[in-house]
Structure formats: C-alpha cells, structure tokens
Ligand binder design. Structure first.
Ligand SMILES: [Zn+2]
Length: 142
C-alpha cells in the first residue's frame, strides 16, 4: 500500500519536472502574451535555463512546482512518508541549485521573479499577475 502512494507521488513529480510545457508555466506564458510582453523560453545561455526570459525588462521568471522545489509552508509540499530521506535529499538538492542559479543571474544583472504553482490557483492568480506587471514595469530598462 505504501508503495502505491509512493508511485503516485513519483509520477506526479515526474510530470512536474518533465520539461518546458508544464501547465503552470503555460498559464504564465499565456498571460504575458495576452498583455503584450515578449519573452524567450528556456534560454540555454543563462544560468539555470530560466523558464521565461524577458530581455527588455532584464527579468527572468521561474515557475516552480511546489513539491519538486520544496515550497516552504505550502500545503502542496508534502514529503512522502515512504523513502522520505531520498525525497528530502532530492528536494534539498533542487533548492540548493535554485539558490545558486538565482545568485548567478543576479550577478549578471538580471531581476528574478519566482512564481509558485500554488500561486496560480484561480483564487490567487489575479493578485500574482498584478504583482508581476508592477514588477516588470518597475524594472523596464528602456
Ligand atoms: Zn506552493
């Protein structure tokens, strides 16, 4: 029984890390597009291959899955009861990598916006997007 739960968690997890087109990211991309913001995706020349890059605003956006990136105090970040240490190690590695790439990007002069999957739930989405627009306009370079 415990193993079944673990498998489910793992496949959820895999769907989150699989690649470019995870759902939360598409939600953000659609919003930006609709509002006339131009962006690039998964820029390989930048540390951490940021999900969304807005060169004009010198801003990168990471759309993080709450489980995989270990969103603190979030109800979607629940460490599985089986293989707990294995999961924690994996998630802590991801957290460390996130921190590192954010620092590298900051050193290169980029502004960073992290949007969590849970912030894109329909009741919170408007607030997050309003904040995002304010953030982008504040940081417009030219
Ligand atoms: Zn969260």
């Amino acid at each position: 029984m415990a193993d079944t739960h673990n498998k489910e968690t793992r496949s959820y997890n895999m769907s989150m890390i699989k690649g470019k087109d995870t759902n939360p990211e598409i939600v953000v991309r659609k919003f930006l597009h609709k509002n006339g913001f131009r962006y690039r995706l998964n820029d390989k020349n930048l540390p951490g291959k940021p999900d969304i890059v807005l060169p004009k605003y010198k801003t990168v956006i990471f759309v993080n899955g709450c489980f995989w990136h270990g969103h603190e105090n979030c109800k979607y970040f629940v460490v599985p009861k089986t293989k707990t240490e294995w999961w924690l190690e994996k998630i802590n590695k991801t957290r460390a990598r996130d921190k590192l790439k954010i620092n590298e990007l900051k050193d290169l002069g980029w502004r960073i916006k992290v949007i969590w999957e849970c912030e894109l739930k329909s009741d919170k989405r408007d607030n997050v997007f309003n904040d995002l627009i304010v953030f982008l306009k504040e940081n417009k370079h030219r």
